[in-house]
Design a protein around this ligand. Structure first.
Ligand SMILES: [Zn+2]
Length: 943
């Protein structure tokens, strides 16, 4: 249940063990070439020596030196990080290949895109080309083996001259990528803050997330591409190099083992090309074989961990939707020696862990040695199967283009259920038993006619393409969605004039995404609902948690209007330059000359950028509380009105030009009631070590230029909050059992505390019912707004909003208890919430919204003598699942998702669903933006 905020792929070992055992002898690179500087010569220690970690800055210096000593490598600047560092990719291959990198890159790209390329030409290119392999390190920077192994791998690939290395260099172009430079720098410097090596420790942990905003969620950003590092990676992967294999390094291995490696368990994703899971199988098996053949035990696969291939969105997994063989490993190892425990179950060999390992003290250098073998296993596979891998990525791309050019069907669990239901109905009509497997030795099977009539029902064909009309209310956000696709290497077309498809008219400027592309699985995955199988441990048993989330359809999360076209179509469409991001739609300020003021639609998310700029400039901003229209166009409730002023027009003119926000001058102020916004001082809760949901929200507030500062538990507990803040915002952090999603960190010892610089100590401590809640109550009483999301809603309840969990039942003892998972289970999925959009929190929104829901609170309001809470969003009906997996969703029916209430002079909001989840659900951002201003706004009509 704590499945998101806890590190799923990398539970760090609790506390680092100090040992005085000397480091094992470093694995030496055999046949190292003279004249190549070794890591020891450069850093003063071997990579993998106990208590030693290289940071990013020093590693880059080393690589720059190596580049002057060898003609096998080159450094490529792939862009800036969020903290402004240069992200350097190291390319390594044989010198003769390095001379023709562009040529080989071109071959790799042409085969992967599979456009205008017949089989004979593809075979010729595959024979000529070089395999391209991506190997990275440092993504989850606290998993320190990842970056250190990358440094050692680069050294060995440029210095070794043994026959295998020479063959790998000849056949393969390796892309060696530090995927989170900021994080590696933060973590290594933190560890190295203690001068005496054998006294070094990470405890009590890095004070912040291990990059600018989001820490571990940097591997949750791949399809969305919000972060600069993700944008850099995706450009190299899906627009430039198109590697056939991608190897993403992680940590830590399951207890009693050394390393988890592919292949992975099911479910796989129904959008994949079928060669994808088979490729993972083949390369993963080769990796295990290389270790086992060398007597290196402790590698596990498949059921050895919870990794599946269902989810899009991680570095490894997004690759699948581009026909790339994505690998991920999770190895043990710390710079401080650790112990491998004796886990009885892991000592009995089976198909998933054929060679168990003995319990022992384990040194960093051993982890490095394993990873070096794994990298070589992958490079070796690519070398031996070079031509086949190049040809296969072409055949997958060609297959996808073909499927997108004709009628095709993606079979999902829902379609199988429909087939079974149709068959049961047919058999019932004939008076037969329904069971198709009545006799397991000679199953009868379903009626064969249903293969065509149900599984290939024309109503369920995959779309040939999607149209995104340019006249939708928030075309700026739709354009941001188009840019998500572009960052992921999807080809986009745009209508140069108005057109008609299937009798429906569309304006010029509408975007078109055709399915007939090599990365068609990615396209379907961004537009179509995910249909997760009802994955129970046994019939009637508990659910098997998905790896990460079960549903994420980005077009739906972003609230984009789009039309699915099931038949082939064409029009006045122009292909946009590949990889070039689209600007926001451009408008001009319209309306009367010398207007009294301007009206702006509340429907456009970017209108909040405009509001924030106007308020910063001291302009008055109103939200009209009666429906307004301009030129016959209904703008609905909450229309934004800004009286004319010297600073207003330049801001509105720039917004119309650059932000996709139109403004219209009116001769007189609109009539009717209105809210007048006040400038707001926002405090965003964060904690020592950094909360990822807070980090995502910090990023989001910056994108929309909301002024804010971070606030930590000690400052909250000190009280007098109203003097400093108008709004306090808690995203998925609260108190009590429901409020705490993350495993509490161990209390630091005095010695550990002494190693923390004073500036970070003020961040330590956590919220409590005893100290924090009274301070928040006083803040609200004095007119402050308390805005809580997800697990943070425990604070709204604690300060007196009369809500309680709706997901309960009366147990055998007559007491209320949470619904068991066998009855109710909704892991990360998209649900539909019905809205009262006449309430300010939902201004500018439709009558429902798709929200991210991940084991989130759902409310019942309670009778209260002094406070009548407002329910602005609720679950209506017993089918509110939009994408993903919802077992027992009928329990949601009629219960509240969004509740607010005035307490004293202030306002309290409780929003159960995660409306800012990973910076993705643009469709629900307005619920937050509205609430930030609504609580402190005053009523008054504009003049
Ligand atoms: Zn990890």
């Amino acid at each position: 249940m704590f499945n998101r905020t806890l590190s799923r792929c990398c539970l760090l070992l609790a506390g680092l063990l100090l040992a005085t055992t000397p480091a094992l002898a470093q694995t030496r690179a055999p046949d190292a070439a003279a004249g190549i500087t070794t890591p020891k010569q450069f850093f003063g220690f071997n990579i993998g020596d106990d208590y030693q970690q290289v940071n990013y800055a020093k590693a880059v210096e080393y690589w720059q030196k190596l580049a002057t000593e060898t003609d096998r490598m080159k450094l490529v600047d792939i862009g800036k990080t969020e903290m402004g560092k240069t992200e350097w990719m190291v390319i390594i291959s044989a010198p003769e290949n390095m001379q023709q990198l562009d040529h080989y890159r071109e071959i790799s790209a042409r085969l992967a895109l599979a456009k205008d390329l017949d089989e004979a030409a593809a075979h010729k290119l595959a024979a000529e080309g070089k395999a391209v392999v991506w190997i990275d390190g440092g993504l989850h920077s606290e998993e320190t083996v990842g970056f250190q192994q990358l440094v050692q791998t680069i050294y060995e690939m440029v210095s070794r001259n043994d026959p295998e290395t020479m063959r790998l260099l000849h056949d393969v172009i390796g892309l060696y990528v530090p995927v989170n430079p900021d994080g590696v720098e933060l973590v290594s410097n933190w560890y190295n803050r203690i001068a005496t090596p054998d006294k070094r420790t990470m405890a009590p942990g890095l004070p912040t997330v291990y990059n600018k905003y989001i820490g571990h969620d940097d591997n949750r950003d791949s399809y969305m591409s919000n972060m600069r590092e993700t944008i850099n990676m995706n450009r190299v992967l899906f627009q430039e190099w198109f590697p056939q294999i991608l190897y993403n390094h992680h940590q830590t291995g399951p207890a009693g083992t050394v390393i988890f490696m592919p292949p992975f368990r099911d479910p796989f994703n129904y959008n994949f090309d079928p060669l994808v899971p088979l490729n993972i199988e083949a390369v993963g098996t080769a990796m295990h074989m290389r270790l086992v053949a060398r007597g290196m035990g402790g590698s596990v696969q498949r059921t050895g961990a919870n990794y599946s291939t269902w989810w899009d969105g991680g570095v490894r997994t997004t690759a699948y939707f581009h026909n790339i063989t994505g690998l991920l490993t999770e190895i043990i190892g710390e710079p401080n020696p650790i112990q491998i425990p004796l886990i009885p179950a892991k000592q009995l060999p089976n198909g998933d862990w054929p060679l168990p390992i003995a319990p022992q003290t384990w040194h960093y250098s051993q982890s490095i040695a394993y990873e070096l073998q794994n990298n070589r296993a992958v490079l070796d596979y690519a070398s031996r199967n070079r031509e086949e891998m190049l040809y296969n990525i072409y055949s997958m791309g060609r297959n996808q283009i073909k499927r997108g050019s004709e009628d095709s069907w993606t079979i999902t669990p829902n379609r199988i259920a429909a087939l079974e239901a149709a068959d049961a109905k047919l058999k019932a009509a004939k008076g037969e038993k329904a069971d198709v497997d009545e006799n397991p030795f000679r199953p009868r099977g379903a009626d064969p006619s249903l293969y065509a009539s149900v599984l290939h029902d024309r109503a369920y064909r995959d779309p040939r393409g999607y149209i995104i009309p340019s006249d939708q209310p928030d075309f700026a956000t739709a354009t941001k969605f188009i840019n998500v696709l572009i960052k992921n290497g999807i080809e986009i077309q745009r209508a140069t004039s108005a057109f008609t498809v299937a009798g429906k008219h569309y304006p010029a400027g509408s975007y078109v995404v055709m399915s007939a592309q090599a990365a068609r699985p990615f396209i379907l995955d961004m537009f179509e609902p995910q249909n997760y199988p009802n994955d129970l441990a046994y019939p009637g048993g508990p659910p098997v948690p998905p790896y990460d989330v079960a549903g994420w359809t980005v077009a739906l999360q972003m609230g984009v209007d789009f039309v699915r076209e099931l038949d082939g179509f064409s029009g006045p469409f122009q292909k946009l330059p590949f990889g070039e991001l689209q600007p926001m739609p451009t408008y001009v300020v319209t309306g009367v000359a010398n207007p009294a003021g301007y009206v702006i639609s509340h429907e456009v998310n970017n209108a909040f950028l405009v509001i924030n700029r106007l308020i910063k400039a001291g302009a008055a901003v109103y939200w009209m509380q009666t429906p307004q229209s301009v030129g016959g166009k209904d703008l609905g409730m909450g229309t934004i009105y800004v009286p004319a002023g010297a600073k207003v027009l330049p801001i509105l003119t720039a917004a119309a030009k650059d932000l996709g926000v139109a403004a219209h001058g009116v001769a007189s102020a609109p009539a009717g009631a209105a809210m007048k916004l006040k400038p707001i001082r926002i405090g965003l809760y964060d904690e020592y070590g950094g909360s990822m949901p807070s980090g995502w929200t910090r990023w989001l507030l910056e994108q929309y230029e909301f002024p804010f500062q971070l606030v930590f538990a000690p400052e909250l507990d000190a009280g007098k909050l109203r003097d400093k803040f108008d709004v306090l915002l808690f995203v998925d952090s609260g108190i009590g059992d429901t409020g705490r999603r993350r495993r509490p960190r161990p209390t630091p010892t005095a010695a550990e505390l002494a190693t923390v610089p004073a500036e970070w100590r003020a961040r330590m401590g956590s919220m409590s019912a005893e100290k924090t809640v009274p301070a928040l109550k006083a803040f609200v009483q004095a007119g402050g707004t308390l805005y809580t999301i997800g697990a943070g809603t425990s604070l709204a309840e604690a300060v007196g909003l009369p809500i309680t969990s709706a997901l309960t039942e009366i147990g055998a003892d007559g007491k209320s208890q949470p619904l068991p998972q066998t009855k109710f289970y909704i892991p990360g999925s998209l649900l539909r919430v019905t809205l009262n959009n006449r309430d300010p929190i939902a201004y500018g929104m439709g009558d429902s919204v798709v929200v991210d829901f991940d084991h989130d609170p759902v409310f019942r309001t309670l009778p209260n003598r002094t406070l009548d809470p407002t329910v602005s969003g609720w679950f209506h009906g017993d089918q509110t699942l939009v994408s993903g997996w919802a077992n027992g969703q009928a329990y949601l029916n009629g219960n509240a998702a969004i509740v607010s209430g005035r307490i004293g002079q202030g306002m309290v909001y409780a929003v159960g669903p995660e409306i800012t989840f990973r910076g993705q659900p643009h469709g629900s951002f307005k619920l937050l933006f509205n609430g930030l201003y609504a609580g402190t706004a005053t009523s008054g009509s504009p003049k």
